[in-house]
Ligand binder design. Structure first.
Ligand code: F6P
Length: 359
């Protein structure tokens, strides 16, 4: 029987756990099933570059990967084959890509990536008949069709540790400490890290805020003898009032808005890519491994065109088209919002806005 041969790549921003997925796919497909796996470097670019950057993914090449951050295959968020940036402008190189995949003798691809990458994968399958299985990835946890993505919990861990550290220095100096975390459109990291790190206020992209609500919280704490305040700000959070002055960065904007209203000493920490760097914590290693195994299972069953996902405790799969939908924002009816409010965390909802009941 002909030996099965598949490709694998990682696309979009990296996330702790990418290597753990690659390792699981290779261990299962190569080690157990005897397939061949070819890795494309820097997402789809490995197929398009001249010379091509493709590498056989052998068992030895995947040793020691489970705990390693980043991705050994490299990644990029500038490699859309349907709108490829060249010196002469934007070109559609998707047909060239499909031809390269066929020439390589690949049955199809395991595409590990966020919503943008999954959209490209779905299109590649639809328009060029390239079989694809998707594995969702993002620290932002905002991919529709999966309860959680690997990398998210590792990012929450980093943000929580940062809050723990800010907590002690905030208390020593009676300061208002603002921690800006990633999340342009979805505030999952801010919400979970805020709850885990005992934040007093959380600003989410989904809930335009009124700075006065956060000021009230600061003053209310002061009245109780708590002279410091910890605020987590998602990078996409913004004041509801369009006339509120904007600074460079979401946390800086809020810090300035507070200082205009109350007598506070503020400090801003922007966590940035520290949240994406480093190795995955155990729960992300486990999820990444289960995703990788499921991807191989789907291919073994010829279930191309699906993306693995987590539903509750179970690994499942959904049509790729579902995964390529709009980002999954924090639903303001989510139990975590209720839990945050129940422990007194101020979310800053502007009065008279559509989310006022939740503020
Ligand atoms: O999508 C993940 C993410 O971490 C966002 O939260 C953040 O805004 C973005 O990536 C940053 O991406 P880049 O690596 O391009 O700076």
């Amino acid at each position: 029987m002909k030996r099965r041969k598949i490709g694998i790549l990682t696309g979009g921003g990296d996330a702790p756990g990418l290597n753990a997925v690659i390792r699981a796919v290779v261990k299962y497909a190569v080690g157990q099933l005897g397939w061949e796996v070819i890795g494309s470097e820097d997402a789809f670019n490995g197929f398009l570059d001249d010379p091509q950057r493709l590498r056989p993914m052998t068992l030895p090449s995947c040793q020691g990967l489970l705990h390693r951050g980043g991705t050994i295959l490299g990644t990029t968020n500038h490699g859309d084959p349907f709108a490829f940036a060249t010196r002469d402008g934007i070109r559609d190189r998707s047909a060239e890509l499909a031809a390269a995949i066929r020439r390589e003798g690949l049955e199809g691809l395991v595409v590990i990536g966020g919503d943008g990458t999954q959209r490209i994968a779905a299109r590649l399958m639809r328009e060029h008949g390239v079989p694809v299985v998707g594995v969702p990835k993002t620290i932002d946890n905002d991919i529709a069709a999966t309860d959680f993505t690997f990398g998210f919990w590792s990012a929450v861990e980093v943000a929580t540790e940062a809050l723990d550290r800010l907590h002690t220095t905030a208390e020593s100096h009676d300061r208002v400490m603002l921690l800006e975390v990633m999340g342009r459109t979805a505030g999952w990291i801010a919400l979970y890290a805020g709850v885990a790190g005992g934040a007093d206020c959380i600003a989410l992209p989904e809930l335009p805020y009124d700075p006065a609500r956060f000021c009230d919280k600061i003053l209310e704490r002061r009245a109780r003898g708590r002279l410091f305040t910890l605020i987590v700000v998602a990078e996409g959070a913004a004041p509801a009032d369009p006339d509120e002055p904007r600074e460079r960065g979401a946390a800086a904007t809020l810090a300035a808005a507070l200082a205009r209203r109350v007598d506070v000493e503020t400090r801003v920490t922007v966590l940035g890519h520290l949240q994406r760097g480093g190795g995955p914590i155990p729960i992300d290693r486990v999820l990444a491994t289960r995703f990788g195994v499921k991807a191989v299972e789907l291919i073994a069953d010829d279930r191309w065109g699906e993306m693995v996902c987590l539903r509750g405790q179970d690994i499942d799969a959904v049509p790729l088209s579902q995964a390529a939908g709009p980002p999954r924002e924090v639903d303001l009816a989510h139990p975590m919002i209720a839990a945050a409010r129940a422990v007194g965390i101020e979310l800053g909802a502007a009065r008279g806005r559509r989310h006022v009941a939740l503020g």
